[in-house]
Ligand binder design. Structure first.
Ligand code: PGA
Length: 254
């Protein structure tokens, strides 16, 4: 099946790397990936490295993403980072509702939806993460869980905003575990998410939404997963922390 959606591969560096290490990594990526036009390439460093990485990727094909942001604007919100502050650093994307934040910071679908709306208002593209735990998969409730997250985390967005949102399906049991969903398992849930999007906003919006897969994606399994008709990219943790692994992953995806 021909995909009319451009692949988007994002590296989620999580809570890793000093500023110097971040700049060194992105400088290698910039050199090695300069010729890649087929894929939108995004790196998501820690907040502390955003400014330096932003400068390092000027005039390159690499775009900048953050891993979280506050749901409010500027103001008396100690410890928060406002969407406008990210725009100020030329950030284009922001990961929202990653399962680690849902688990450790108790982020709810409602909060993720408020952040997603705030991101769009600031002209940032949210990457909204959803995915079931192992217990939920084994209990046979993957679709219920994912549908609730998709509907709840995109609630209140306009059809235009949903169309411009990236959804990341990341089964929690596959994150950082070395266990990847099979390409058939991934495709099944991606197609299901697209059906939910059709119900929410109709065929033409749902057809345009890019749905990334995340969970132990690496150079050796990327091609097979990304060849699935409803898989439009990858959100990559561990395999994005080292230049060679991420470069090979992207090259293998084209
Ligand atoms: P992983 O992480 O690639 O290390 O499994 C993916 C993610 O958490 O986004």
């Amino acid at each position: 099946m021909e995909k009319d959606r451009k692949l988007i591969i994002a590296g989620n560096w999580k809570c890793n790397k000093t500023v110097a290490e971040s700049v060194a990594l992105v400088t290698d990526l910039k050199r090695e990936l300069a010729a890649v036009k087929e894929v939108d390439i995004v790196v998501c460093p820690a907040f502390t490295a955003l400014d330096a990485v932003s400068h390092a990727i000027i005039e390159s094909n690499i775009r900048l993403g953050a891993q979280n942001m506050g749901d409010n604007g500027y103001g008396a919100f100690t410890g928060e980072v406002a969407p406008g502050m990210l725009r100020d650093l030329s950030v284009r994307y922001v990961i929202l509702g990653h399962s680690e934040r849902r688990q450790y910071q108790k982020e709810s679908d409602e909060l993720v939806a408020r952040k997603a709306a705030a991101a769009h208002t600031a002209n940032l593209i949210p990457i909204v993460c959803v995915g079931e735990t192992l217990n939920e998969r084994e209990a046979g409730i993957t679709e219920q869980v994912v549908e609730k997250q998709v509907r709840g985390s995109l609630a209140g967005l306009t059809p235009e905003q949903v169309e411009a949102t990236v959804v990341a399906y990341e089964p929690v049991w596959a994150i950082g575990t070395g266990k990847t969903a099979s390409s058939a398992q991934a495709q099944e849930v991606h197609a299901f998410i697209r059906r939910v999007l059709v119900q929410m906003h109709g065929e033409s919006v749902a057809r345009r939404v890019r749905i990334q897969y995340g969970g132990s994606v690496k150079a050796s399994n990327a091609r097979e997963i990304l060849s699935q008709p409803d898989v439009d990219g990858a959100l990559v943790g561990g395999a994005s922390l080292e230049a060679k692994g991420f470069v090979d992953l992207i090259r293998n995806s084209i």
